[in-house]
Design a protein around this ligand. Structure first.
Ligand code: ADP
Ligand code: MG
Length: 206
């Protein structure tokens, strides 16, 4: 069992959208996947109201539930944690139980500064047990200057970034509203990038 957390205390950085689509992709590969919603706003839990998720959904009521995932969900191949939308003990708990932390950032500078708190927790955690981490560029737009500034900021942290980002596309918004994922659509661009990203995530464990 491996635990992957998508974190960034800044709401709107695309964590829930990424978690839903990547977890679906893992599940379509035949892997047994659980997703843990740690956000008090419960957007992922609400997304699954119609029960269409291709993975099991758990809702963490507090950081205690996060600390227990390694024991409680040990029979899954992958446990994916959807991070909280504010800096909280939940973020630290998620880092502690993770094998891989994915810091979701958009080209917005505000988003990047919020991610610094996750980097701080990762650095503190490294004194006990180093946790692998990667940045994920989400809501990516073709804006060369913004992307260069973002990539420079990422480079300064010393943490690697996934080659594959998630592009800003209406299909991500629309499918989430319908309780679905891009895999229920014919959008090969969106499906393709989620697949390549998921393979990149899996490759970090090799
Ligand atoms: P978080 O979980 O970090 O708060 P969400 O996944 O809820 O972020 O995304 C915040 C908003 O941005 C939502 O309205 C969502 O539909 C939108 N969004 C997220 N990713 C994308 C994307 N790749 N393209 C377009 N809109 C996106
Ligand atoms: Mg969210």
């Amino acid at each position: 069992m491996r635990v992957i957390s998508f974190l960034n205390p800044k709401g709107g950085s695309g964590k829930t959208t990424a978690v839903i689509n990547v977890a679906t992709c893992l599940s379509r590969k035949g892997l047994n996947v659980a997703v843990v919603d740690t956000d008090p706003q419960m957007s992922l839990t609400n997304w699954n109201e119609s029960g269409k998720a291709q993975f099991d959904v758990y809702t963490a009521a507090s950081e205690k539930d996060v600390y227990e995932v390694r024991k409680g969900l040990k029979d899954y191949d992958y446990v994916v944690i959807d991070g909280a939308g504010s800096l909280s003990v939940i973020t630290s708990a998620a880092v502690m139980v993770s094998d891989l932390v994915i810091i979701s950032v958009t080209p917005s500078p505000l988003d990047f500064s919020a991610s610094g708190s996750v980097v701080t927790v990762l650095e503190a955690q490294a004194f006990n047990r180093p946790v692998d981490a990667r940045f994920l560029i989400n809501r990516k737009v073709n804006q060369a200057t913004m992307l260069r500034v973002l990539k420079d900021s990422i480079a300064n942290t010393g943490i690697k970034v996934f080659k594959t980002g998630i592009t800003q596309r209406q299909v991500y918004v629309k499918t989430i509203l319908d309780g679905e994922t891009v895999f229920e659509t014919s959008d090969s661009g969106a499906k393709g990038e989620i697949e390549v990203l998921t393979n990149e995530i899996l490759a970090t464990f090799e």
